[in-house]
Ligand binder design. Structure first.
Ligand code: NAD
Length: 268
């Protein structure tokens, strides 16, 4: 369900979702808005397209939605993004660390700057956003931090050394902050999607073709879906649905959990 008639389980809440100009993050922003939350969207992209999306969320769901252009490579900009949420809406109740990039290459040829950018955007950015948002959550006695990790937080694949390292790292960060915030009404959980059909997956197909000497069809069926017993891509709505539950009052006892939504990938 993702329309204006959805129950308003997040009324009076504010949700900040990093990397929400595309893919999983955008689906979560729309789902949270449908549930009545005010939204801060963030991410890269063309200004006109982002403005259309932002204004569309407000018009469709009757909530307020603002855009932060913070680059996840900058701790200072991440701090400003959280400040924008706090100043605009008086709180940042739900923080989703979702922005992410990928690069596929054997480690011997992995460009240093790509390795660093992946660790920065997929892991260190979450440190900065949590550090900035947690004090206000603790003060209000309510917070929901959702880190979008990956099946690669639990298992590895070749040629993805930086991504796998970052995603294993964010699983550890999730569990640590869950313990630190456990008595403050703040939960911290990680969602671990399998392969979801988004631009992030589509863009890695050419590099995987090159790294493994395969055709596009072989990459889709023999590499990507090979890992998933369901033989189906996960959808952005499957991820957004779980995120909505984790953000709700009913999920108060779920914290420090590393939750797979991967079509059975990590079951074998
Ligand atoms: P996507 O490429 O569709 O979206 C990524 C988002 O991150 C975009 O909004 C982009 O603008 C933003 N972003 C990238 N670099 C940024 C930066 N420097 N500063 C600010 N924003 C930046 O990808 P997606 O598949 O929706 O991925 C979202 C998350 O889900 C990522 O953390 C990814 O690792 C994770 N994930 C995706 C899959 C999958 O199969 N698609 C599987 C497991 C985990």
């Amino acid at each position: 369900m993702n329309d204006a008639s959805q129950p308003k389980t997040l009324a009076n809440r504010t949700a900040l979702i990093t990397g929400s100009t595309s893919g999983i993050g955008l689906a979560m922003a729309r789902r949270f808005a449908a549930a009545g939350a005010n939204i801060v969207i963030n991410g890269l992209g063309e200004a006109d397209a982002i403005e259309t999306e932002r204004a569309g969320i407000e018009a469709e769901f009757g909530v307020r939605c603002i855009y932060s252009p913070a680059n996840m490579l900058s701790g200072a900009e991440i701090g400003d993004m959280v400040k924008l949420a706090l100043e605009s809406f008086g709180g940042c109740d739900i923080l989703v660390n979702n922005a992410g990039i990928q690069h596929v290459s054997p480690i011997e040829e992995f460009p240093d700057e790509k390795w660093q950018a992946i660790i920065q955007i997929n892991l260190i950015a979450a440190f900065h956003s949590i550090k900035a948002a947690l004090p206000a959550m603790k003060q209000r006695g309510f917070g929901r931090i959702i880190n979008v990790a990956s099946a690669h937080a639990l298992v590895a694949s070749p040629y993805k050394s930086a991504y796998v390292a970052a995603k294993h790292g964010i699983a550890g960060l999730t569990k640590t902050v869950a313990l630190e915030a456990a008595t403050d009404g703040v939960t911290v959980n990680a969602i671990c999607p399998g392969y979801v059909w988004t631009p992030l997956v589509e863009k890695q197909i050419p590099d995987t073709m090159a790294a493994r000497g395969l055709t596009k069809e072989q990459v889709i069926h023999d590499v990507l879906l090979e890992a998933q017993p369901t033989k189906q891509f996960v959808t952005v709505d499957h991820i957004a649905g779980l995120a909505l539950f984790l953000a709700s009052d009913e999920a108060a006892s779920m914290t420090g959990a590393i939750l797979s939504v991967d079509g059975g990938w990590t079951a074998h």
